[in-house]
Design a protein around this ligand. Structure first.
Ligand SMILES: [Zn+2]
Length: 287
């Protein structure tokens, strides 16, 4: 007998149970009728060849799908008000995390061609003055990618894209706040100032690094509110409705390997079980 999988037994068992749970939930939810629901979706890097990035052609196809299906796209700062409006049509907030330079190069032209709004959540401490700072895995980022510079941020805003904060250094907010709420406040306020200065506008939206259950807390919520943030996103899977909390908004991950069918399934409510699934396999514990 030969073993090709050298990972520890516990890890492999966990992988198998994850897959089994997912397949079962997949079957159960595929019977549900499709429905148009409001949600925030998120991406990271859009690049034609780098590993883990969305290919621009795939991203374009997904944006076209939204247009074909009559979705309105909104910026993050518009979300709180829309939640209060019972007559608002289903909308999608397209967001990008971390602030990779490829968002501007490959993502924005696609959004502009469709007249779409979007938001980029930028790690403020990784914004280069003139030259881009390279990303590194040490910050739990996608490695070997140039990050947006100050000038890029101004260009994004010029193209109608909102810039939000993704923290100062991409650290786990819950941990920062546990160590010192005051230092966490100073940190997020600094990120807000840096980004506001670069864009020449107000910065009122924030996305938690990691964003899963263990990545935020009651304290982080209070601190972000105190720092002036009005729309705060997690990565807890879910749709938006009148009872959504603007300071703890759910978001849906669009993975680089998603086919257009998978994207459609995510958009039409056939993947809502992911909220349950995520609870069982919370990745924030690994940070
Ligand atoms: Zn991130």
């Amino acid at each position: 007998m030969t073993y090709t999988d050298s990972r520890p037994l516990g890890e492999r068992a966990r992988e198998i149970s994850k897959r089994t749970v997912r397949t079962m939930l997949d079957k159960a939810w595929s019977m549900r009728p499709a429905s148009a629901l409001s949600r925030i979706i998120y991406y990271h890097s859009v690049h034609p060849s780098l590993e883990g990035s969305h290919r621009p052609a795939d991203f374009a196809r997904q944006m076209e799908w939204l247009q074909e299906h009559g979705y309105r796209t909104v910026r993050m700062s518009e979300v709180p008000e829309l939640l209060d409006d019972p007559n608002s049509e289903p909308f999608v907030a397209v967001t990008f995390d971390d602030g990779y330079a490829d968002n501007l190069e490959f993502g924005v032209p696609i959004l502009e061609a469709l007249g779409f709004a979007a938001t980029v959540f930028v790690v403020a401490g990784m914004v280069g003055e003139d030259r881009p700072i390279p990303s590194s895995r040490g910050h739990k980022l996608y490695a070997d990618r140039p990050m947006l510079t100050k000038r890029d941020l101004a260009e994004l805003v010029g193209a109608g894209i909102e810039v939000g904060s993704h923290g100062q250094d991409h650290l786990l907010a819950s941990k920062q706040a546990r160590e010192s709420p005051r230092a966490f406040l100073e940190d997020v306020a600094k990120s807000r100032e840096t980004l506001a200065e670069a864009t020449g506008g107000d910065v009122t939206s924030f996305a938690y690094p990691n964003g899963q259950r263990g990545a935020f807390s009651r304290t982080t919520r209070e601190v972000l509110f105190e720092a002036g943030f009005e729309a705060v996103a997690t990565t807890i899977w879910g749709t938006l409705n009148g009872s959504s909390d603007a300071l703890e908004l759910p978001r849906c991950e669009i993975a680089a390997e998603d086919t257009i069918e998978e994207f459609a399934a995510k958009m039409t409510g056939k993947r809502e079980y992911r909220r349950l699934y995520q609870r069982a396999f919370d990745r924030s514990r690994a940070w």
